[in-house]
Design a protein around this ligand. Structure first.
Ligand SMILES: [Zn+2]
Length: 563
């Protein structure tokens, strides 16, 4: 048996396959099945950590050929084959017809994985991984010309906040330009992904890839119809609130019309907030903030700092974006991001730290399948942490003065509303792509994006910027890498706003519930997990409206503090 991630990394596929085959051959009955599950879980921990580590190392340095080769071998070749072996073991487990309390969710997810598994999809999954790697390599290499210097795109983020409008406009074009220039290349990459995904869905007996995605993501508790209602609710309730806050922004900035480069500058300060300079400083200050929030969480963050589990600074060759991955063998999370010294980086770190705390809390569950809930719950952990930690941005030794912290919170709440509209637009767009026959056509996709985006993004003037507005969806990493992974953010944001309301009423109780929810890992259903955190799943405008109203009240209060 391969006991460690290092052993898996060194092993040939034949050696890894032999471990799965040994488990497959081992007879199981009601008295031996738990030991068998534990042995299987240990193997999955080693395999999953080997794959995660290869992925992490590659995203830290996309230009390193050895890391790229290791990533390709583990993620593209081995992971889909290992997945096939896992599904066979899940089927063996399901045939036994045995379960016990605490394993219901695992059993349901196993059944679903078996139902949708098709052998002919294994090479298609590898081809999809290959296309995803291509997207990361391509976008990781995007550079902007800035004052005669080539800069990675995340390095332009601070200039989008410049009080000088011409600098903001240049930064906007610098960041969007490479996507506009690569539009045709990215459109044909997406053509490939589209065809592969629709074939995967058809092979598994689904009408389209959206239906397949609902099944493969184990969305047991809501439907595409609920998501369409979510889009309509956001359009009815959130979009008008965004129009109101954009009107305030426009007046504060003294502008006739808001252009896309006017959305990141703060109207409340002469200079943008610069809460830290280096990744090290970001980690130290975040550590102080967590000290004030909760000693146990602060301890966990301290472990991450000491054990080198944070890679925060942006640098050349790093893949874009931010994520938190779990190293299941070590029982540790890893946080990756591209910090450039802006306040959004602090929000990102708080967000990823929420995922990390979730990983720490659920590591106590003995089996790997009991730890990671579906994304709606994972993002509830991270988005709630953003809101729970926000009142401590001005804690002693943390990031900001009280007035600046109020500005940061104001902009964070504005961003929460804008994000809801954004995810609704992305989800509605992907729904269209995979359910309308025109979704296969690159030009039709761009047109549909403009039409759908206009429903959710009003009050911003994109005149003369059609190519740039189209470029926005090509920048949406999830559409290429993790299709339909966006509505979860919307569902979770609405959940997190409920946790925030509980926190305002009773901080200790809200935090205790939050930690209970984290420690459940994946052992309860989605509605049960939300209930544990003190929230519920909301798709309808009736229940969304009071939450949006509470945010607007808080915005008014914070504006009064900021003056
Ligand atoms: Zn997240």
């Amino acid at each position: 048996m391969l006991e460690t991630p290092a052993a898996v990394t060194r092993a040939s596929w034949a050696d890894i396959a032999a471990c799965y085959d040994e488990l497959m051959a081992r007879p199981i009955d009601a008295t031996t099945v738990e030991a068998w599950l534990e042995a299987w879980s240990r193997l999955e921990e080693a395999v999953s950590e080997a794959i995660s580590s290869a992925m992490i190392e590659y995203t830290r340095d996309t230009a390193d050929e050895a890391k790229q080769a290791a990533q390709r071998r583990l993620v593209i070749e081995i992971a889909p084959k290992a997945e096939e072996k896992s599904v066979a073991l899940a089927a063996k487990f399901a045939r036994l017809g045995w379960t016990r309390p605490g394993l219901e969710q695992m059993t349901a997810r196993f059944r679903r994985a078996i139902e949708i598994f098709r052998e002919e999809n294994v090479p298609l999954t590898s081809a999809l991984e290959e296309a995803a790697t291509e997207y990361q390599g391509l976008t990781g290499g995007f550079m902007a010309d800035w004052d005669g210097e080539k800069k990675p795109l995340p390095h332009l983020a601070p200039f989008l906040q410049s009080p000088d409008r011409t600098i903001r406009e240049r930064a906007f074009h610098g960041m969007v330009g490479p996507y506009v220039a690569a539009r045709d290349q990215m459109a044909s990459l997406f053509d490939r992904q589209y065809e592969l995904r629709q074939r995967v869905a058809a092979n598994a007996g689904f009408a389209d890839y959206q239906a397949y995605a609902f099944a493969s993501k184990c969305r047991f508790d809501y439907t595409p119809g609920d998501c369409a209602e979510f889009h309509r609710s956001v359009e009815a309730v959130v979009v008008p609130a965004i129009e109101r806050l954009h009107a305030v922004r426009r007046r504060s900035l003294g502008l006739e019309r808001l252009r896309p480069w006017d959305l990141n500058v703060t109207p409340y300060r002469d200079e943008p907030l610069r809460p830290f300079k280096t990744g090290t400083e970001l980690a130290v200050k975040a550590g102080r903030l967590f000290d004030q929030l909760d000693p146990a969480l602060a301890d966990q963050f301290g472990i991450m700092t000491r054990e080198g589990l944070l890679d925060l600074d942006s640098r050349k060759g790093k893949a874009p974006g931010g994520y938190c991955d779990t190293l299941h063998h070590r029982g540790r999370p890893f946080i990756f991001m591209n910090a450039a010294g802006v306040i959004e980086d602090v929000q990102t770190l708080l967000h990823e730290a929420g995922h990390a705390f979730h990983a720490f809390a659920s590591d106590a569950k003995p089996l790997i399948w009991q730890r990671h809930p579906t994304a709606e719950s994972a993002e509830l952990a991270s988005m709630s942490m953003e809101l729970l930690a926000a009142p401590l941005l001005d804690a002693p030794g943390a990031f900001l003065s009280p007035r600046d912290a109020a500005i940061a919170r104001l902009e964070h709440f504005e961003d929460a509303l804008i994000t809801l509209a954004h995810v609704a637009s992305i989800d509605a767009f992907q729904t269209w792509i995979y359910t309308d026959p025109s979704g296969r056509d690159g030009v039709a996709r761009d047109r549909a994006w403009l039409r759908i985006r206009a429903r959710f993004e009003r009050a911003v003037d994109w005149t003369g910027l059609e190519a740039e507005r189209i470029g926005r969806w090509y920048r949406q990493l999830h559409v290429f890498l993790y299709p339909f992974y966006d509505i979860e953010y919307g569902i979770a944001q609405i959940g997190a706003l409920q946790v925030w309301q509980n926190y305002r009423r009773d901080p200790a109780d809200a935090l205790a519930r939050y930690r209970d929810f984290l420690s459940l890992g994946a052992t309860a259903s989605l509605p049960e997990l939300y209930r544990a955190a003190g929230a519920e799943l909301v798709f309808d405008a009736d229940r969304m409206a009071p939450l949006v109203a509470a945010v607007e009240e808080e915005l008014a209060r914070l504006r009064a503090v900021v003056g």
